[in-house]
Ligand binder design. Structure first.
Ligand SMILES: Cc1cc2nc3c(=O)[nH]c(=O)nc-3n(C[C@H](O)[C@H](O)[C@H](O)COP(=O)(O)O)c2cc1C
Length: 211
């Protein structure tokens, strides 16, 4: 493991994940080891959050039903405006349906190879359904990561295929599609660079070119 020079953490999971990938590849157990090792020295939740990367290539291994239930429960623990919880979660595991959803999307063709896809719908009558369902989607993705399961947020809201996906899944039109989360054991993980905090953080009051 690599020591991180950052002021806030004794170990930085982002830097820690890289050598694990180099030595062990992208096997889910390698991620588990990363999470396990770093959890001894820093907060496990922040470690899981920082070790997450979008996964678009999956192994065919199935995901356990108890795990699916638990991650949906985590999604439903997201904060919501007035505690309305204006969501509906659809779990799709049928290969034919996964293929049909994948074909409808523009940037989600890889859904066909996922073990499952969770469709998050929001109740249109609720003013903050979009914010609430996005919070639930993020909880879902982080919970999947905590189990070593890869996933990727695929856009639903504002997409022309949203209505077709909704019809395909027989969801009443009082709801609207917010996101699709294909998930499965990672076969490949692409690590993207995040913006330096200096560029996105200000303290007390914003000053132009303050960094
Ligand atoms: C609202 C939203 C919509 C997204 N839609 C897609 C999508 O349609 N297809 C896709 O492959 N990735 C999609 N992504 C994933 C982003 O491409 C990904 O999060 C980004 O490149 C950063 O990579 P990371 O998730 O590995 O940090 C979406 C992410 C968000 C938050």
């Amino acid at each position: 493991m690599v020591r991180c020079a950052c002021r806030y953490h004794r170990l930085c999971s982002v830097r820690c994940t890289a050598p694990v990938i180099l030595f062990f590849g992208t096997a889910p157990w390698a991620y588990f080891i990363t999470v396990l090792c770093t959890s001894f020295t820093m907060n496990i939740v922040t470690t899981v959050i920082k070790s997450r990367h979008s996964v678009r290539k999956f192994k065919p291994d199935p995901v356990d039903d108890t795990v699916i239930r638990d991650v949906i429960e985590c999604a439903s623990h997201a904060p919501t405006a007035k505690n309305l919880q204006p969501w509906l979660f659809g779990v799709i595991q049928d290969k034919e349906t996964l293929r049909n959803i994948a074909q409808l999307t523009d940037n989600g063709k890889f859904i066909v190879d996922a073990s499952l896809c969770i469709a998050v719908f929001g109740e249109k009558k609720s003013t903050y359904y979009l914010e609430d369902c996005c919070a639930a989607t993020e909880n879902l993705i982080i919970a999947l990561q905590a189990y070593g399961i890869g996933s990727c947020w695929v856009a639903g809201d504002k997409k022309p295929y949203a209505e077709e996906v909704q019809k395909l899944l027989n969801v009443p039109d009082t709801y609207t599609l917010v996101s699709l989360v294909p998930a499965g054991m990672p076969a490949e993980i692409s690590v993207v660079k995040k913006k330096d905090l200096k560029l996105v953080l200000f303290k007390e009051s914003f000053k132009k070119d303050s960094s």
